[in-house]
Design a protein around this ligand. Structure first.
Ligand code: 8YV
Length: 330
């Protein structure tokens, strides 16, 4: 170990340009094979690092944090969501937590829009069918593969933060009517720009939407926000899209509703017990599933890495890092 430079332990493989820079700046311990850390490996890293760079797949709970060594002063999360970290315990142990907000907003909103289109217009089904025909497609028919129109439908956005607003902007261009529920109503000029209607009552909004998009963070307050009771308020013709966190939806309840045709479909990029996915969701034609790809662009991942580096660098230089996470915000 180079004792002059702080030890920065990175739990997953990052884009090469990010790893190169981390190596230049710090005594960086990288995970070139990208094998997820076991709990013991994570604890070992917490004991030796000055800075830990974890991501969504690392569960940094109270008991892991309680074994952190005296050197660990910063957890610089590679990602915006920090629901894998016990923020209260980190604060009590004077360990600062930073994240990477902003740089993955547009990519995640693009993926959300793609999923809003995917199920009503049967994108995945059509592609699968054609590939299965293996060149023997019988040809077009006026009544084959009919889906549902997007234009003019009501989209209910749950969580009108950066990503929710970026989704609303796209949805408007597709002729969707934008509705939203948020802890706080957004500024009137933002509502006006987005043509968005605010619903104080999530229950009432859910009951009236054609498509619901989940775009809020997972926090203790949003865990199972879309509970079995709330999901039952949806119209049987409604679709649900989730690019936020699986835990916001009661996944078992949703899977049951899909199985019983109590909802028209779902498009899910995230799951409650990742990497496990409820098999009922995998076996349904009207569910599109993606393996947590919302921010998966090379540009986005490089920008996230750059943010991680800036957060570490400013902190180690004795300044306040730009993306500090305050437990009260979550
Ligand atoms: C990332 C995300 O892929 O940043 C987030 O919160 O959900 C994703 O877009 C991943 O979670 C990085 O931690």
């Amino acid at each position: 170990m180079n004792s002059e430079r702080p030890t920065v332990i990175v739990t997953r493989k990052l884009p090469e340009v990010v790893e190169t820079r981390l190596r230049e700046l710090f005594d960086a311990k990288l995970n070139l094979e990208d094998k997820p850390f076991s709990r013991d490996e994570l604890i070992e890293a917490m004991k030796t690092a000055h800075v830990l760079v974890p991501t969504v797949t690392d569960k940094i709970d109270r008991s892991v944090l309680s074994q952190a060594g005296p050197n660990l002063k910063l957890i610089a999360q590679f990602g915006t969501g920090v629901d894998n970290i016990d923020l209260e315990t980190a604060r009590n142990r004077s360990i600062l937590v930073t994240n990477t907000p902003g740089v993955l907003t547009e990519d995640t909103a693009d993926m959300t829009m793609a999923l809003i289109l995917a199920v009503p217009r049967r994108l995945a089904e059509g592609s699968q069918l054609l590939k299965a025909e293996n060149g023997d497609w019988a040809g077009w028919s006026p009544t084959w593969m009919l889906g549902h129109r997007i234009f003019g439908k009501r989209l209910g956005i749950v969580g009108m933060g950066r990503i929710g607003q970026a989704v609303a902007r796209r949805a408007r261009a597709f002729g969707l009517q934008v509705h939203y529920h948020n802890r706080r109503r957004v500024a009137p000029e933002v509502e006006q720009e987005l043509g968005a209607t605010y619903w104080d009552s999530l229950d009432q909004m859910l009951a009236r939407m054609d498509i619901v998009s989940v775009n809020c963070p997972h926090t203790p307050a949003t865990y199972h926000l879309l509970s079995a009771r709330r999901l039952a308020l949806l119209k049987p013709s409604a679709y649900i899209v989730n690019t936020a966190r699986g835990e916001v939806i009661d996944e078992n309840a949703l899977a049951r509703m899909i199985e019983n045709n109590e909802i028209a479909g779902a498009a899910l990029d995230v799951f409650e017990h990742e990497p496990a996915v409820n098999p009922k969701l995998l076996n349904s034609d009207n569910v599109v599933v993606l393996p947590h790809m919302g921010s998966a662009t090379i540009e986005g991942r490089v920008d996230m890495g750059e943010k991680v580096i800036i957060n570490i660098k400013t902190f180690l230089d004795g300044h306040s890092p730009p993306d500090r996470v305050h437990p009260a915000m979550f």
